[in-house]
Design a binder for this molecule. Structure first.
Ligand code: PLP
Length: 384
């Protein structure tokens, strides 16, 4: 490995985040408290208001809370894409429900909306679109189908903080609940963390209770309220999904930097488009005109005229000190999902073909133009 290894992703954490974390540590309030309240409020404002935002300790936790609040349970089915991270569907299994996977559109790599109707059965309760790489799904079609069949919609927006659909930020669309991730490589990070967003007060209420052991008052409420601090009531067997103030301290400053982060990601994506256009590659689909693509991922695919395989490209880049990743080994290829639902590759021809030729190349706000030039030069060599 080269000494100056360029990873596939790195977070950009500044002095503001560091001092705020120190401030949280010194304050004595390290679990969910004032900084989490502040982060949730700032997040609500970022999305434009009219919503409730609940900070959680991962997007996985947020997705679990979302489906639980919507009453998804044993025997129910939830439709989603095979080209996603297992977190999207594992939460369905937590609740004893079944994930029904559909193939992707070969251009966008998002869930193929024309496949949704055929996947609906009398047991279907919800659709979970995943905005792959930060490109928003065709939400008006998905919402129309959901409305027609009386289904719930939970957006797995782990990639899509800053993305828009028809000019509206993901998080403000008409789905029931949207969940963002603040994992280390996402568009902003709190180390680990996530945010569940809804415009429905009753769903917010259920998620708030289930986020903390099914207790009807959290520690901060008990600390600040006039009724005795020791008293709470357990109304359900809840979970332990609250975000710490240490994480929220990071989140407050990462959120403030989001507009700059987005600009930088979009600038780097433009440069890839310009400099990779002549290579035997299928470059990722851009957002619709007037919309924002968050560019969480820049996923390239080898075109049929490429003389090397995907694995050769990954090895060639690695030999040149450049990290890559693959998003994703589709769920239908993982033993658990494959065996659970008797899935085969020919049920998902588009996702399976994309998987075999795809790789994600470095794109993160802290990479320099010179770092990116290295990736471009290395790709030219490897694909020559
Ligand atoms: C990262 C990711 C998640 C899970 O996010 P965590 O915050 O790590 O739990 C879920 N879905 C997708 C598509 C992701 O990329």
């Amino acid at each position: 490995m080269a000494t100056n290894f360029l990873p596939f992703a790195l977070p950009e954490i500044g002095e503001e985040e560091i001092s705020e974390v120190i401030n949280a540590l010194r304050s004595g309030w390290v679990t969910t408290g004032p900084k989490t309240k502040q982060f949730e409020q700032a997040f609500t404002e970022y999305l434009g208001g009219g919503l409730e935002c609940l900070a959680v300790n991962s997007a996985t936790a947020g997705l679990h809370l979302a489906l639980e609040a919507l009453g998804i349970g044993p025997g129910d089915e939830v439709i989603t894409t095979t080209l996603t991270f297992t977190a999207t569907t594992e939460v369905v299994r937590y609740l004893g429900a079944d994930a029904v996977l559909v193939d992707v559109n070969p251009v966008t790599l998002n869930m193929d909306v024309t496949k949704i109707r055929a996947a609906i059965t009398p047991r279907t309760k919800a659709i979970m679109p995943v905005h792959y790489g930060g490109l928003a799904c065709q939400m008006d079609e998905i919402l129309a189908i959901a409305h027609e069949y009386g289904l719930k919609v939970v957006e797995d927006a782990a990639h899509a903080l800053t993305s828009t659909w028809h000019g509206t930020l993901v998080g403000q669309l008409q789905s029931d609940i949207t969940v963002f991730s603040f994992y280390a490589n996402k568009t902003m990070t709190t180390g680990e963390g996530g945010m569940a967003v809804t415009r429905h007060p009753e769903l917010a209420k259920r998620m708030r209770v289930m986020r903390l052991h099914g207790m009807n008052r959290d520690a901060f409420d008990r600390f600040t309220s006039k009724t005795p601090a020791w008293y709470y009531e357990v109304v359900a067997p809840g979970f332990k999904y609250n975000m710490t103030d240490i994480a929220s301290a990071m989140g407050i400053h990462q959120l403030a930097k989001l507009p700059r982060f987005l600009q930088r990601r979009q600038y780097l994506a433009r440069r890839y488009f310009e400099n990779l256009a002549a290579l035997p590659l299928v470059l990722p689909a851009d957002a619709l005109a007037g919309d924002e693509h968050s560019w969480h991922l820049y996923v390239i695919r080898l075109s049929t005229d490429a003389k090397v395989t995907r694995d050769d490209v990954i090895q060639g880049l690695s030999d040149r000190g450049i990290g890559t990743s693959v998003h994703y080994v589709p769920l239908h290829r993982h033993p658990y999902w494959r065996d659970m639902y008797q899935l085969t590759a020919d049920m998902f021809p588009q996702a399976d073909a994309a998987y075999q030729t795809m790789l994600s190349i470095p794109l993160f706000t802290a990479m320099s133009d010179a770092d990116q030039d290295r990736v471009i030069a290395a790709l030219r060599e490897v694909l020559a």
